[in-house]
Design a protein around this ligand. Structure first.
Ligand code: NAD
Length: 968
C-alpha cells in the first residue's frame, strides 16, 4: 500500500474514533455553559471574535464587577460587532452597579475561568498532580510548562529559574511510572536576551541552563526546550547546541529541542540538527510543531520590512510539516522525534511514515497540548502509540496570553480543530496538504516603504558591525578642515564612553567663513533653482544610496562620537536614508502644483524655492536630523549652510564632505551645500541674522530655538524678505499607564522610552503618570527592569544604556539628581561606571506635577513617576507642561484610548507601544506649544516650509476666442 493510501486508512480510523455524534459547533451553541457558547459565537462572527478576545485579554487587569461590566459594554456594544441575541441581552444593562451588570460580569468571569481551566492543568501543584495522574492513568506521559508574565528583569529571570527548580523537586517526589518532563523557554533566563548581545546572552543563559540541567540530572527529570519567536531562534539553537556538547551534558539523552515547521528555514535547521546530533553521539528529542506565533511573525516582519520568516499559507506549513516528519523519522537512530500536532492528517501521516520506515513504537512519540485534542490523544494511545501531553501550569490570570493563543488556534479558519467542528466532509480533512506559497509579493499598504533596519538575528550581522567599529577606531584622531574653516582653531571631539579617546579635531568656522560661504551660496542659488527637479532628486537618492552602502561605518561613528548604542545608531541610519527618499518623493508631488483653470483662463499654482537656508542641527541625531533638514531644503531648490552641533562635529564634517563630493561628482555648483562647523553662540547668530538668509531650520533646545525665533524676526539692513523659522524643540513627554494596562507591555515600553539612548531623545519619556491602584506593582517591576539594563560603552553590543553626551551634561544631571533627592522619593539610582560621562538610570516616585523634574527637560536617564487618582487627573497632569512633543498611553479601556487621542496635547501620541522611534512617512514627527514651530519632519507638509507659493493667472481668450469643449 502506498504511503498516501496508508495515511488515509490511518486517518480515517483516527477520525472515526474521534467523530462527534453530530456537528460539534451546533452542540457548542446549544450548550448551557457560556464558555462553549462564547467560542461558538467567536467562530461564527469575526467582528465579535476580535473584540471578545481583546476583552478576555483585558480581564486580568480588571478589578470588581463594575469595571468588568463597563469593559464588556465598551468592547462588545459596538456597531461593527454582531451580537447573538443572548449576548445582546446580557450586556444591555444600565448602571454599572446594577444587578444586571453584576450578573453580566459574573457570567463572563466564570465563562473565561472555565475556558482557561480547559487549557491549564492547574493553578497549584496539588491540582497539577491530580490532573497529571489522570493523564498517566490514560496511558500518556506529560511535559509541564510554567505559565507566567514576560520576563523583564533579572529578578524575574531568577524567579523563573527558581520556579522550575522547585517544580522539578516536586515532580521528583512523586512516582509517575515514567520520567517526568518540564518544558522551558530560553529567553526567560535572561531579561536582556538579544542576538546582538550574543556573547553576554550566551554566558547568562548558559549559566541558567547549566544549573537547570544539573538539578534535573540529580532529580531524574527530563528537560525540553521550547522554541519562541523567530528572532530568538538562531541564538537559542546555538546556545543549546553548545551546552549540550559540554562534557558534563554530552551524554544526556533526556533533553530536547523544538523546530517550528512554519519557518522557512526549518528544513535547513533540521538537517543541521541531524548532523549535530550525529556528531554528538547521543540522541536528543526533537519536537516538531507547526508554530504558535504566526500572526506576530507576519506583523513584525511587515512592520520592519524584513523577509517573512514563515510560510504564508497554512497548507504550505502543513506540507513542510510532513516533509520534516519524514526527515526526523528517517533519523530516529540519532534522535527521538516528537510529533506535536492536533491535526489528524499530520498525525496519521507520521504513523504511516513510521510504519513504512519500520521505526519502533518506542523510538518516537506524538504530542498534543492539554485541552486541545483529547479524543485524538486517546485514540492514539488505544492504538499503542506513545503520546505526551504538553501541560501548561500556573495561575489563570497570568496565563491569559497562553489562553488567547489557544483560542486563536481553536477558532482560526485554517485550524484543523475548527474545520473538524464544521466540516462533515472528512476526505477534505484528510487530503494531502498542497504546497501553496504565493509567488506574488505581499500586499503593500504603505505609500512610502522605508528602508529596513539591520536584522541582528541574521547570522554574521553583529560581527559585521563590530568589524566596522574596529576599522573606524583606526581612523580616530584625524583633523578635519572644511572649506572656509580655520586650520588653527580646532575643536576636539571626544568619545563620551571614554573621553581620553579623541574622535577627531575639527577646524572651526568664524565670521569670515560665514561671509565666504554666503557669497558662494548666492552665486550657486540662481543655477540651483533652475536645475531640473530630476537632478535635485537624483542628488537625494545618491545620498541615500551612499548612506546605505556605508551603514556599518556610520553606526560606528555614532557609537563612538555621540555614545549611541549600536541598534539605535542603526535605526538612525535608516531614518537618514528614509528622509532622502521620502523628500524626493514628496518633491515630485510638490512640483506638480495645482491647476485651477476655468474656461478662457488658466490658474497655475506653483512653488518656488525660498533661497538660502541655514540648518542648525543637534548632536543627539547627528546623522538623521542633519540629513533630513538638509535634504528637504536642497530638494526644493534652496542652497544650504549647515552647522552641525559641536559635540558631533566629526560626523558633521563627514556628512558635509560626502554630500559636497556627491555634488561635485554630479557637476552641480559648489555653493549649493556647505558645512560650517563651529561654536553655536559664535557663528549661530551670524548665520541667523545674515540679511541674505531666507530661512532657518533648527532642531535643538528651547532656549536656543526661542532665541533664533526672535533674532530671525528682526529686519536688518539689506534684508528684503521676512525669514521663516522651523524649530523643533524639546519635550517633557509623558506616558499614562491606566489600571487596565498590560503591565508586561507598559513596563517594557516605559523603560525603553525613558532610558533608550540614556534618555537623550527629544521624544524620550521623562514622566510616567500612573493610576493609584497600580502604582505599587508597576513601580516595582519598572525598577527591577531598570536595574537589569546593561550600562556600558556604546560600542559594546550588550549595552542598553550608554553615556550622556559630555561632561557638562553629566555634571548638570548629577547636580539635579542630588538636589532632587533632597525633596523627592527615590525609587532607585543605578551606579554608573567611573570612566566616561555616565549617569546611572534614576527613578523618582510621587513627584508632584509642578516639581522641576516634572516640568523641565533634563535630557538624561531620569524618570519621574507621578501618581494620579483617576484618568481625568492623568490627562490633566499630562497636559500640564509647556511642551507638546510626544506622549503615550498604556490602556485596554477603549473609552480611555479615544479620550487620549482627542485630549492629550502632543504632536505624536503612541498607544500601547513605546513613544520613541518615529518612522519617516509612518509617524511624521514634531510637536507644538513650546516643543516647536513648523510642520512635522518626515510628513507630507514638511517641504512646504522651504518654498513660496506663486499663482500665475493667464487670460487665454483672444478677441473673444478660446478653445471651448465642443460638446458644450
Ligand atoms: P542645543 O540647542 O544646545 O544645540 C542645538 C544646535 O544649536 C547646535 O548645533 C548648537 O551649536 C546650536 N546653537 C547653540 N547656541 C546657538 C545660538 N545662540 N544660535 C544658533 N545656534 C546655536 O541643543 P542640543 O543640546 O544639541 O540638543 C538637545 C535639544 O534638542 C533637546 O532640547 C532636545 O529635545 C532637542 N531636540 C528636539 C528634536 C525635535 O525634533 N523636536 C530632536 C532632537 C533634539
Amino acid at each position: 500500500m502506498s504511503l498516501e493510501a496508508r495515511t488515509q486508512t490511518l486517518g480515517q480510523a483516527l477520525l472515526a474514533a474521534t467523530r462527534p455524534g453530530r456537528s460539534l459547533l451546533a452542540q457548542m451553541r446549544e450548550q448551557l455553559q457560556w464558555d462553549e457558547k462564547l467560542l461558538a459565537w467567536a467562530m461564527e462572527h469575526p467582528g465579535l471574535r476580535t473584540q471578545l478576545f481583546r476583552l478576555i485579554d483585558t480581564l486580568p487587569a480588571l478589578t470588581g464587577s463594575g469595571e468588568i461590566s463597563r469593559h464588556m459594554q465598551e468592547y462588545l456594544d459596538q456597531p461593527e460587532v454582531e451580537l447573538p441575541e443572548l449576548l445582546k441581552h446580557l450586556i444591555h444593562f444600565t448602571g454599572r452597579e446594577s444587578l444586571a451588570a453584576k450578573t453580566a460580569a459574573q457570567t463572563l468571569t466564570t465563562a473565561v475561568s472555565t475556558l482557561a481551566r480547559k487549557y491549564i492543568v492547574g493553578e497549584n501543584f496539588a491540582q497539577v498532580r491530580h490532573t497529571l495522574e489522570r493523564i498517566r492513568r490514560q496511558g500518556m506521559t506529560f511535559t509541564l510548562d510554567i505559565l507566567g508574565e514576560a520576563v523583564l528583569s533579572e529578578t524575574e529571570a531568577q524567579g523563573y529559574l527558581q520556579k522550575y527548580l522547585d517544580l522539578m523537586t516536586q515532580l521528583a517526589g512523586v512516582d509517575w511510572g515514567c520520567v517526568p518532563q518540564v518544558s522551558v523557554k530560553l529567553s526567560a533566563f535572561y531579561s536582556q536576551f538579544d542576538p546582538l548581545a550574543e556573547r553576554t546572552t550566551r554566558i547568562r543563559v548558559t549559566q541558567a541552563v547549566t544549573q537547570l540541567l544539573r538539578k534535573a540530572g540529580e532529580l531524574g527529570v527530563a528537560v525540553h526546550f521550547d522554541m519562541e519567536q523567530y528572532k530568538y531562534k538562531n541564538l537559542t539553537l546555538a546556545i543549546l547546541q553548545e551546552v549540550l556538547l559540554a562534557d558534563e551534558f554530552r551524554s544526556r539523552t533526556d533533553v530536547g529541542l523544538t523546530v517550528q515547521a512554519y519557518l522557512q528555514e526549518s528544513e535547513a535547521d533540521v538537517r543541521e540538527l541531524v548532523d549535530w546530533v550525529k556528531s554528538r553521539g547521543y540522541p536528543v528529542t526533537v519536537r516538531l510543531v507547526k508554530g504558535a506565533y504566526w500572526d506576530q511573525e507576519v506583523i513584525w516582519a511587515q512592520q520592519k520590512h524584513w523577509p517573512l520568516p514563515v510560510y504564508r499559507r497554512k497548507s504550505s506549513t502543513d506540507a513542510n510539516y510532513e516533509k520534516l516528519t519524514r526527515l526526523l523519522l528517517e533519523n530516529h537512530r540519532y534522535l527521538y522525534p516528537a510529533i506535536g500536532s492536533h491535526n489528524v492528517r499530520s498525525q496519521a501521516h507520521a504513523l504511516a511514515v513510521a510504519e513504512a520506515l519500520a521505526v519502533p513504537l518506542s523510538a518516537w512519540e506524538s504530542q498534543v497540548l492539554y485541552g486541545m485534542a483529547a479524543p485524538l490523544a486517546k485514540a492514539l494511545v488505544e492504538r499503542g502509540y506513545q503520546v505526551r501531553m504538553y501541560c501548561p501550569y500556573g495561575e489563570l490570570l497570568p496565563g491569559m496570553s497562553y489562553l488567547i493563543r489557544r483560542l486563536l488556534e481553536n477558532t482560526a479558519n485554517t485550524s484543523f480543530l475548527r474545520q473538524r467542528l464544521e466540516k462533515t466532509d472528512e476526505s477534505a480533512l484528510l487530503a494531502p496538504p498542497a504546497w501553496a506559497e504565493p509567488t506574488t509579493p505581499l500586499p503593500q499598504i504603505e505609500s512610502f516603504v522605508g528602508t529596513p533596519d539591520t536584522n541582528f538575528a541574521e547570522p554574521g550581522k553583529p560581527e559585521q558591525f563590530l568589524a566596522a567599529i574596529t576599522q573606524v577606531k583606526s581612523q580616530l584622531g584625524q583633523t578635519y578642515v572644511l572649506p572656509h574653516c580655520s586650520a588653527e582653531r580646532l575643536l576636539d571631539s571626544v568619545n563620551p564612553s571614554n573621553p581620553t579617546e579623541v574622535i577627531g579635531r575639527v577646524g572651526l568656522a568664524d565670521a569670515t567663513s560665514v561671509q565666504q560661504a554666503i557669497d558662494l551660496a548666492q552665486k550657486a542659488q540662481p543655477v540651483w533653482r533652475q536645475t531640473p527637479l530630476s537632478q535635485r532628486m537624483d542628488l537625494l537618492l545618491k545620498i541615500a544610496d551612499t548612506l546605505a552602502a556605508q551603514r556599518p561605518e556610520w553606526v560606528a561613528w555614532m557609537a563612538l562620537e555621540v555614545g549611541k548604542p549600536i541598534r539605535e545608531a542603526d535605526t538612525e541610519v535608516s531614518e537618514a536614508i528614509d528622509f532622502c527618499r521620502y523628500y524626493a518623493q514628496m518633491a515630485e508631488q510638490l512640483e506638480r502644483g495645482h491647476t485651477y483653470d476655468v474656461w478662457g483662463e488658466t490658474n497655475r499654482y506653483r512653488y518656488q524655492p525660498k533661497g538660502i537656508g541655514v540648518v542648525i542641527a543637534p548632536w543627539n541625531y547627528p546623522l538623521a536630523i542633519s540629513v533630513g533638514m538638509v535634504t528637504a531644503a536642497l530638494v526644493t531648490g534652496n542652497c544650504v549652510l549647515y552647522k552641525p552641533a559641536e559635540q558631533s562635529s566629526v560626523i558633521g564634517c563627514k556628512i558635509s564632505q560626502f554630500i559636497t563630493d556627491l555634488i561635485a561628482d554630479l557637476g552641480l555648483p559648489a555653493g549649493v551645500f556647505q558645512g560650517l562647523p563651529g561654536w553655536g553662540e559664535e557663528i549661530g547668530p551670524l548665520l541667523v541674522t545674515h540679511p541674505a538668509v531666507h530661512f532657518i531650520t533648527f532642531t535643538g533646545s528651547r532656549q536656543v530655538g526661542c532665541q533664533i525665533y526672535a533674532q530671525a524676526a528682526q529686519l536688518v539692513p539689506g534684508q528684503t524678505h521676512l525669514k521663516r523659522v522651523v524649530a523643533e524643540l524639546g519635550g517633557k513627554n509623558a506616558i499614562i499607564v491606566d489600571a487596565s494596562a498590560d503591565l508586561d507591555q507598559a513596563v517594557q515600553g516605559v523603560v525603553q522610552s525613558a532610558f533608550g539612548y540614556a534618555g537623550q531623545k527629544c521624544s524620550a519619556c521623562s514622566r510616567v503618570i500612573v493610576l493609584e491602584s497600580i502604582v505599587q506593582p508597576f513601580v516595582e517591576r519598572l525598577w527591577a527592569a531598570t536595574a537589569s539594563l546593561v550600562i556600558g560603552a556604546a560600542t559594546d553590543p550588550a549595552t542598553t544604556v550608554g553615556p550622556v553626551i559630555d561632561a557638562v551634561a553629566q555634571e548638570r544631571l548629577q547636580t539635579a539628581i542630588a538636589q532632587a533627592k533632597q525633596r523627592l522619593t527615590l525609587v532607585g539610582e543605578r551606579p554608573a561606571p567611573a570612566m566616561g560621562y555616565f549617569v546611572g538610570p534614576t527613578i523618582f516616585t510621587d513627584v508632584p506635577p509642578d516639581d522641576p523634574l516634572a516640568q523641565e527637560e533634563w535630557f538624561g536617564p531620569v524618570l519621574a513617576v507621578l501618581r494620579v487618582a483617576d484618568f481625568d487627573q492623568a490627562v490633566q497632569v499630562a497636559n500640564g507642561t509647556d511642551y507638546a512633543l510626544t506622549g503615550g498611553l498604556y490602556s485596554r479601556t477603549p473609552s480611555h484610548i479615544q479620550r487620549a487621542a482627542e485630549e492629550l496635547a502632543c504632536g505624536n501620541l503612541y498607544i500601547n507601544r513605546g513613544i520613541t522611534g518615529a518612522l519617516v512617512g509612518r509617524q511624521p514627527f514634531g510637536g507644538f506649544k513650546l516643543s516647536g514651530v513648523g510642520s512635522k519632519a518626515g510628513g507630507p507638509d514638511y517641504l512646504l516650509q522651504f518654498v513660496d507659493p506663486k499663482v500665475v493667472t493667464e487670460n487665454i481668450q483672444r478677441q473673444g476666442f478660446a478653445p471651448v469643449a465642443e460638446e458644450l
